[in-house]
Design a protein around this ligand. Structure first.
Ligand code: HPA
Ligand code: ZN
Length: 324
């Protein structure tokens, strides 16, 4: 790891808390909750994290969540992430959570959010990392289930900064959730959506994010450059793209570093993030280091990537300025 990358103050904007479940904690939670796993050692559990596409990744990802049951489980998960983040000099993080992946198997919404919320408060106190929550809807579930989840979140409105959209993109375009996101906007949530790498209809989905949903950010979005007019519009709106190079490398042919270079050259607000670091075995510093090596980035360019992220953070101006 390059020492400059290691020491750089960081901002992480694309991080699924369920994707931070390391095999050690997974085994501990399985024991605690009496959940049977098909493997008994950390090595076997790590070996089971194998996939070569978004869909094959998602299968193991949702199966692993069976060990998360109680409020302390969600607390332990998030506090462990924040401790790791602090060790990489992450100063601020926006953290996705997937409530439907838990409520669908009988874990109440309030168990999930109370555990996460308590970890965020303790994480700032104990580790000095500030963080906010983004509620993600599962796009391969119905719009009705998403709307019900949005309504369920409203009593906790003050604990959630925005909403996102994740899971399997195939056949699940942004416009499927137009009414849900319009309501979320009216409730004061900020809006983002995944436009995963190299999907069917990638540019059409990004276009819907702009024209139908009116997103405040795009998660991944690396195919925006396939359409120069789309890329220009993202630039005009100053929308940030939360790119996850190591994650992209797992589900496609590589980390898409050439795209990151072109985004930098076009002056787009590109940011570097980890997505599901326990599965892709790379936290944000390792992701930055991959891009540094691939593109031979200068220190100024590395600083620019982190400034882009702090600038794009869903924080009041004065709070962002404190980091910049
Ligand atoms: N894409 C879609 N769904 C996800 C992802 C992702 O990158 N990570 C966790 N769930
Ligand atoms: Zn993601």
């Amino acid at each position: 790891m390059d020492p400059f990358v290691a020491g750089l103050p960081k901002c992480e904007l694309h991080l699924h808390i369920e994707g931070t479940l390391e095999p050690e904690l997974k085994l501990e939670l399985a024991r605690r909750n009496g959940v049977e796993l098909p493997y008994g050692t950390v090595e076997e559990a790590r070996d089971a994290y194998r996939f070569d596409s978004l869909s094959s990744f998602l299968v193991g990802y949702y199966e692993s969540m069976a060990v998360l049951r109680t409020e302390p489980d969600f607390y332990d998960l998030a506090l462990a992430y924040l401790a790791r983040a602090a060790a990489q000099n992450v100063r601020y993080a926006e953290i996705f959570f997937d409530p439907q992946a838990h409520t669908a198997r009988g874990v109440p919404f309030d168990v999930v959010i109370r555990g996460l919320r308590r970890a965020l408060l303790d994480g700032e106190r104990l580790h000095g990392v500030r963080a906010q929550l983004i509620l993600c809807f599962l796009r391969d579930q119905s719009a009705e289930f998403a709307m019900a989840t949005l309504l369920e979140s409203l009593p906790y409105r003050e604990w959630i900064v925005g909403v996102g959209l994740d899971s399997d993109e195939r056949g699940n375009p942004p416009e499927k959730f137009a009414a849900v996101f319009a309501r979320a906007r009216r409730e004061g949530y900020l809006l983002t959506m995944h436009c995963d790498v190299d999907q069917e209809n990638s540019t059409a989905h990004i276009r819907q994010c702009l024209d139908v949903i009116g997103v405040d950010r795009i998660d991944h979005g690396v195919n925006a450059l396939d359409d120069p007019e789309l890329a220009a519009e993202i630039g005009r709106r100053g929308l940030a793209l939360t790119v996850c190079p190591v994650s992209n490398g797992f589900v496609t042919d590589g980390p898409k570093a050439d795209v990151i270079r072109r985004m930098l050259d076009l002056g787009l607000r590109v940011t570097i993030n980890s997505d599901d670091p326990a599965y892709f075995r790379a936290y944000v510093a390792e992701n930055l280091d991959v891009v540094r090596r691939e593109l031979d980035l200068t220190r100024d360019e590395l600083v620019r990537l982190e400034r882009n992220a702090f600038e794009a953070a869903w924080l009041p101006r004065a709070a962002k300025d404190a980091y910049l």
